[in-house]
Design a protein. Structure first.
Length: 118
């Protein structure tokens, strides 16, 4: 799906959501991509929502499922916040227990380096 693309940045898989509105149909595609990556052994995943203005509850649910899959194997999902976080009630709530949020893709990718520091 061209609206959701995978980018490998130094071993970190960035799932870039190129949509203004992330809704039900795209949530199915997101889950398929995440399942494929985790099943292949990938544990460093970033979901980049920086282009999104609206994220509905089904798409958010797919992110939560992705996060749960990683937590179950001892890792944590990184999410680049939507373009207008204040308009997204879902992202304005405390989600830090579910996944780590970042303002930019670069910050999210660099956070994996912090995980391996002593």
């Amino acid at each position: 799906m061209e609206n959701i693309e995978k980018i490998n940045v130094d071993g970190v898989i960035v799932i870039k959501v190129n949509l203004i509105r992330a809704i039900l149909n795209e949530s199915i595609a997101l889950r398929e991509i995440v399942d494929e990556e985790i099943n292949s052994g990938q544990t460093q995943l970033v979901i980049d929502l920086s282009e999104c203005v609206y994220v509905d509850s089904t798409f958010f649910g797919a992110i939560v499922v992705a996060s749960k899959m990683l937590i179950d194997i001892g890792y944590k999902l990184r999410v680049v916040e939507p373009a207008i976080v204040g308009q997204s009630i879902i992202f304005s709530k405390n989600t830090s227990k579910i996944f780590d949020k970042y303002k930019t893709r670069e910050e999210a990718i660099l956070s994996f380096e912090e995980d391996i520091q002593p």
